[in-house]
Structure formats: C-alpha cells, structure tokens
Write a protein of this length. Structure first.
Length: 131
C-alpha cells in the first residue's frame, strides 16, 4: 500500500491535502464528479475550502469536530472528512467526500477513521515528526 498527499490548497493559515492511496485520490475523483454534476455546489465547496484555509471557521454549520480528532467540512449536502496532520495544527489531511442525503454517515465516518489510521501508521513508520 502506497500513501501520499496531494496539495488541494495552501492558505494563509492552513495547508490542505488529500490522501492519495495507490495512485488514486478518492477525494479528487469525488470532487471531479460533483463538478460535472453540479457546478454551483462544487464552486461553493471550493470557496469554503479557500476561506477555511485562510481564516478560522467557528461555525459548526461549516466545520465541526465529529469524534477522536476527525472533522467534517460541510457545504450544502457535500461533506469532506479531515484531520490534522500529526504534531501540527497548520496542515490538514482530507480523506474523502460524500453527499449526505445519499449515503449513511456512520459508514462514511468509519471509512475516514480507517484512512486516517493507514496514513498515521505510514507517517510513524517513515519516522516523520512534523510536517
């Protein structure tokens, strides 16, 4: 299994990355699909991502802690899970996205936790202490 990161956006406050697993970025595939299906929803999410990377968002309607250091970034029905990279508060790692109305949250949260566990395991194995 090969994990790497793809930079989504570097803002004034945060660098936002997506997990790439075995050469495939599940989040980017999802966002490309959303862009083709509903450009307005996609554009709103991109604006939210940029604002989130530049300024703290204290609105739980847009970003909230779910459990055990896992968060979600929300725009309309679109959800993207993320967590902070180990030993830093300036780098976030996005796992994947989903459409709330069509998919069960519990299953999606479990997937995000599994992706985070694989990432952190590889992070520790590489001996990295910070980003």
């Amino acid at each position: 299994m090969s994990l790497s990161l793809d930079l989504l956006h570097r803002g004034e406050r945060l660098a936002v990355y997506a997990i790439v697993e075995n050469g495939r970025c599940e989040l980017m595939d999802f966002l490309e699909q959303i862009s083709r299906q509903n450009h307005v929803v996609f554009a709103k999410w991109i604006r939210l991502l940029h604002r989130f990377a530049d300024l703290p968002i204290h609105n739980e309607e847009k970003s909230r802690h779910l459990q055990d250091g896992l968060f979600e970034l929300k725009s309309a029905e679109l959800r993207v899970f993320y967590f902070y990279a180990p030993n830093t508060r300036s780098t976030i790692i996005c796992t994947h996205g989903f459409i709330k109305k069509k998919q069960r949250d519990r299953h999606q949260i479990l997937r995000a936790h599994q992706m985070r566990a694989r990432f952190e395991s590889q992070w520790r194995a590489s001996g990295r202490q910070h980003d």
